[in-house]
Design a protein around this ligand. Structure first.
Ligand SMILES: [Zn+2]
Length: 77
């Protein structure tokens, strides 16, 4: 399937779930930081491109990372 170009000039880039693609995400990995915004919130699926199943896994790992002090709960200082 070709990449779809709508008439706003925005290209719809097909995102693939990184976990389905064979990557693993655990709270210890540096990659977990890619799934949180700079406010410390978990990025939505439309940003990460994860599938529903793996988005839940990521969210769980983010929560673990917060508990371990790796990620902040919020960033409102
Ligand atoms: Zn997936």
């Amino acid at each position: 399937m070709a990449e779809f170009n709508n008439n706003n000039g925005f290209r719809k880039k097909k995102k693939v779930c990184q976990l389905c693609a064979g990557k693993s995400v655990t709270y210890k990995d540096e990659i977990i930081k890619k799934y949180v915004s700079n406010n410390g919130k978990v990025l939505p699926r439309r940003v990460t491109g994860n599938c529903a199943e793996h988005q839940r896994v990521v969210a769980k790992e983010v929560k673990k990372a917060r508990f371990m002090g790796i990620l902040p709960y919020t960033n409102n200082n």
